[in-house]
Write a protein that binds this ligand. Structure first.
Ligand SMILES: NC(=O)C1=CN([C@@H]2O[C@H](COP(=O)(O)OP(=O)(O)OC[C@H]3O[C@@H](n4cnc5c(N)ncnc54)[C@H](OP(=O)(O)O)[C@@H]3O)[C@@H](O)[C@H]2O)[C@@H](O)CC1
Ligand SMILES: [K+]
Length: 516
């Protein structure tokens, strides 16, 4: 399923109407009917029976017109429906004027809301609200009467079903204007809008239901939409990955690759432990866990299924004493390298990383995580060494900000574009972690993950992901496949693990590994 910007949606609508010849009123009819169905379904689930009394808040554009169609279908279903216009309907044009007249001819009661100066709305007369104030044509913060209606609707405590986007949401980024509708359900028409799948917008949207309205599916591809929901269907149909991880019968451990996990130092040995265990659960045939020599003894036997290998460390117990050449030598015969979890920082680490990258077989796929990304951020010229290499970078927003040379809020303001920009400019696969993790490919495709939960905001969860992605690379997946599948599996395992606990708050990284 593709995810669109407002502009992409306008272009798709235009192509459907002008190129294919589907009348706008037909799309609108489908939209309004779908909204009425979803509104009744929501309240039936929540209250044991569909809400009978609905108030439709209608703006002056096509989003409002969709709302008027929904009002008509709710009426047909036996509901009492009122309309509150946010603008004088006498000034409506096009399809909105058509719907206004139909609603009036049906005798649907309507008021023109005029804010505190005008007649009040008696919210207690209703069981639910349809938000049809602003959709993809919205610009900036809701103005005047629109803002007042949104505030009152939120304060009413009634369940709100938003059409296409909650009014007040920046549909392209997921940022919220003040005020913004807090919906229980958002019925996205034809495609999810980007703002519905990125926080804080995803929080304001409530449950997002995407409903078809008669727009041919191929139009999104034809106009070049390159953002996708990362779900089982996308994995199968677009990325060529079997989410079930089925295996052929006639195989052996050599079939599934050998991952080298270079991770962990004295104060942070747990990071390596988690990565190595996650790599094993990720399904690769063999895992070698490389650590500074002095750690071998205390860590021996902690992951019995992995081979632990000590690299000479000048007796320091950290990576500052490990020669890059010794590590690159160890990669010979391995199918992927994970570098970073628990690596630490030290004087001269930039030269260390530069020398390591220069010494690696250019065909060896690598995962860079945690401190290896911080080292990279301090020597941007080294990122050129990654170009053309099969590399997956897995920054959290702080690491991403350092890598890209921006502040964290700049990254979070538009995570999809921040990730896409870095991945295309540096020709790497980039995983921008956080709620609704974003995976961007060197070609400019972006996948927004649908799995995961807040319980996964816990120490070590990132180390698990790095090991998992490395494991998938070792099994011969491309960087795009490994990153996207790894992110999806990681979130799905987190969801299974959370479901087995009294609260997701008690989730620890090891639980994610056990649920993989
Ligand atoms: N195209 C199609 O065929 C189909 C479209 N569909 C539906 O149409 C929706 C898009 O409709 P749309 O383009 O008419 O824009 P929409 O979001 O209703 O509002 C725009 C109006 O609001 C105003 N306005 C803007 N910002 C504002 C603000 N901050 N505060 C206050 N006012 C503000 C602005 O007026 P202006 O200020 O420019 O005079 C403008 O007139 C889409 O989400 C979907 O629901 C479906 O039916 C399928 C077929
Ligand atoms: K809306």
């Amino acid at each position: 399923m593709r995810i669109v910007t407002s502009e992409e949606m306008r272009n798709i609508d235009k192509a459907a109407i002008e190129r294919i010849g589907i009348p706008a009123l037909v799309l609108m009819e489908n939209a309004g009917r779908a909204v009425a169905e979803e509104a009744m379904r929501l309240t039936a689930q929540a209250h044991g029976g569909p809400a009978k009394r609905w108030l439709v808040l209608a703006g002056k554009g096509n989003n409002g017109a969709d709302g008027l169609v929904a009002a008509r279908h709710l009426l047909e279903a036996g509901c009492e429906v009122g309309i509150a216009y946010a603008a004088d309907p006498a000034g409506f044009r096009g399809e909105a004027a058509v719907q206004r007249d139909i609603a009036a001819n049906l005798g649907l009661p309507a008021v023109v809301y005029a804010g505190s100066e005008g007649d009040p709305i008696y919210w207690t007369r209703y069981d639910g609200i349809v938000d049809a104030l602003l959709g993809t044509g919205s610009r900036g913060a809701p103005a005047g009467v629109y803002a007042a209606l949104i505030r009152e609707a939120n304060a009413s405590g009634l369940p709100i079903v938003a059409i296409d986007t909650p009014s007040g949401l920046d549909a392209d980024t997921g940022n919220l204007h003040d005020p913004c509708i807090r919906a229980a359900r958002t019925v996205a028409l034809a495609y999810a809008k980007r703002g519905l799948v990125q926080y804080p917008g995803a929080g304001a949207a409530g449950e997002v239901v995407v409903r078809a309205i008669g727009i041919p599916a191929r139009l999104a591809e034809q106009i070049g939409v390159r953002t996708f929901a990362l779900d089982e269907r996308t994995l199968r149909e677009r990325l060529g990955v079997d989410p079930a991880r089925a295996r052929e019968a006639d195989t052996h451990k050599g079939t599934y690759g050998h991952a080298l996990i270079a991770a962990g130092s004295r104060p942070m040995s747990g990071a390596g432990l988690l990565s190595a265990r996650a790599a094993l659960r990720g399904g690769c045939g063999l895992v070698t866990w490389a650590v500074p020599d002095r750690l071998v003894e205390p860590l021996a036997g902690r992951v019995p299924e992995a081979m632990i290998y000590g690299l000479p460390d000048e007796e320091r117990g950290d990576w500052s004493g490990v020669a890059p050449a010794a590590l690159s030598q160890l990669t010979v015969g391995k199918d992927a390298l994970v570098l970073g979890p628990g690596l630490g920082r030290w004087a001269g680490d930039g030269d260390w990383l530069r020398e390591l990258l220069a010494g690696l077989d250019p065909a060896l796929p690598i995962v860079l995580d945690a401190d290896s990304l911080n080292i990279l951020a301090d020597m941007p010229e080294a990122s050129a060494q990654l170009c053309g290499r099969r590399a997956v970078l897995t920054p959290h927003p702080g690491e991403m900000a350092r890598l890209a040379g921006f502040a964290v809020p700049d990254i979070q303001r538009d995570r999809i574009e921040a990730a896409r920009r870095y991945a295309t400019q540096h020709a790497v696969t980039l995983v921008l972690k956080g709620a609704r993790t974003v995976v961007a490919t060197p070609e400019g495709d972006v996948y927004v993950n649908a799995t995961g939960n807040p319980g996964m905001a816990t120490g070590g969860a990132g180390d698990v992901l790095a090991g998992l992605v490395g494991s998938l690379l070792a099994q011969g997946r491309t960087p795009d496949q490994a990153a996207a599948f790894g992110v999806w599996l990681h979130g799905a395992a987190g969801d299974r693990a959370a479901a087995g606990r009294p609260t997701s708050s008690s989730l620890v990284a090891g639980d994610i590994i056990e649920a993989l």
